[in-house]
Design a protein around this ligand. Structure first.
Ligand code: G3P
Length: 222
């Protein structure tokens, strides 16, 4: 089943109470159109959202540290306790070193959280796949927030990532993102072999996020 991950980032329209409203919209659309929609709000919003909706709630980042004397970190155990189902790791706007990605995956796995490791090209997809997260999500940074869909502007990065993952760790799912907004963007991403998309501004900054989401999910249906 197609996976749609909506990254709430730190947009005003998806912070606090607005985040909760947006998650409720995602849940409605997910039920109505029988598609998987996973939401990734800011950490402080996870508890409220995960207790208000049944769709999976992801964190935007997790640190590879456990219990103990760490300050200002996000632990996998605290995310799990707050009701998260998984976490993004190494998003383009929250880059990590390779060893940190490995530690974050291990911490998440230990806590029972699903992992989506973001990458920026085929080479980093290869590296991320070798660490065997649940998913990799390839997002060329220059297209993020541009409204120009990766599936149109750079189909080769999706094709190449799908092929690389098949070669290295076939159990790892491949998502893609950057500039994805409309149903046709999603449809071409699926045709290129992606299991779904990771997106943000096309929905969150839309005048009517519900209508934008409905337009998007239509692409999974055709
Ligand atoms: O995490 C999703 C993201 O980086 C893509 O952003 O605004 O291009 O959909 P956007």
């Amino acid at each position: 089943m197609t996976i749609i991950v909506l990254n709430f980032k730190t947009y005003r329209e998806s912070t606090g109470l607005e985040a909760l409203r947006l998650a409720e919209i995602c849940e409605d659309v997910s039920k109505e159109y029988s598609v998987q929609i996973w939401v990734a709000p800011q950490v402080a919003d996870i508890y409220a959202i995960s207790h208000a909706v049944k769709i999976p709630v992801f964190a935007q980042h997790v640190d590879g540290v456990g219990y103990g004397g760490y300050t200002g970190h996000i632990t996998a155990a605290s995310l799990k306790a707050a009701g998260a189902s998984g976490t993004l790791i190494n998003h383009s706007e929250r880059r990590l070193k390779l060893a940190d990605i490995d530690a974050s995956i291990a911490a998440a796995r230990l806590a029972g959280l699903k992992t989506i490791v973001c990458t920026n090209n085929v080479a980093t997809t290869r590296g991320a796949a070798a660490l065997e997260p649940d998913y990799v999500a390839v997002e060329p940074p220059e297209l993020i927030g541009s409204g120009i869909p990766v599936s149109k502007a750079n189909p080769d990065v999706i094709r190449g990532s799908v092929a690389a993952v098949k070669d290295i760790a076939p159990a790892v799912g491949v998502l893609c993102g950057a500039g994805i907004t409309h149903g046709e963007d999603l449809r071409s991403a699926l045709e290129l072999g992606s299991a779904g998309v990771l997106l943000a501004s096309g929905i969150i900054k839309a005048k009517d996020p519900r209508a934008a989401l409905v337009d998007l999910v239509a692409g999974a249906k055709k």
